[in-house]
Design a binder for this molecule. Structure first.
Ligand SMILES: [Fe+2]
Ligand SMILES: [Fe+2]
Length: 139
């Protein structure tokens, strides 16, 4: 399978979160493939719902995990707000794509949106992973 999203560089070394991230990337692959067949493909909406549900669950898992670490409360709150911002943009872009008149919704746009979504989430997680390692090493 061609991997557009997951790369080993994104591994945090926290199994619980890494497994979720890999699962999210796998659903995104299926989502982009389905979207490539056009908005009339009923799988697109179903996979979007699956992806959305997985992201929601993952954000809760990550929040639970991080709240038990030395990450300061404000940083955790900012991180969680970042999740919600990304999800909001994703929902917005998907509905724009879905509502585009037949034949005018280029699937490439959705692929770019997914790349943005995943890159934003991964970048923020790697940043918090680095903070966590520094806090633990300093402790
Ligand atoms: Fe995160
Ligand atoms: Fe995450």
């Amino acid at each position: 399978m061609k991997r557009r999203f997951w790369k080993e560089d994104y591994r945090l070394g926290i199994d619980e979160l890494d497994e979720d991230h890999i699962a999210i990337c796998d659903i995104m692959e299926r989502f982009v493939d389905a979207a490539g067949k056009g908005p009339d493909n009923p799988d697109v909406k179903a996979i979007f719902r699956e992806l959305h549900g997985m992201l929601d669950e993952h954000f809760k898992t990550e929040q639970r995990y991080l709240s038990k670490t030395p990450i300061p409360e404000d940083d955790l709150r900012n991180h969680i707000d970042g999740h919600l911002d990304v999800l909001y943009t994703f929902e917005h872009e998907f509905s724009k794509w879905e509502e585009a008149p037949e034949g005018t919704a280029p699937s490439g746009d959705l692929s770019k949106v997914c790349t943005w979504v995943w890159t934003e989430l991964a970048r923020a997680d790697m940043e918090i992973g680095r903070r966590l390692r520094a806090l633990r090493e300093g402790a």
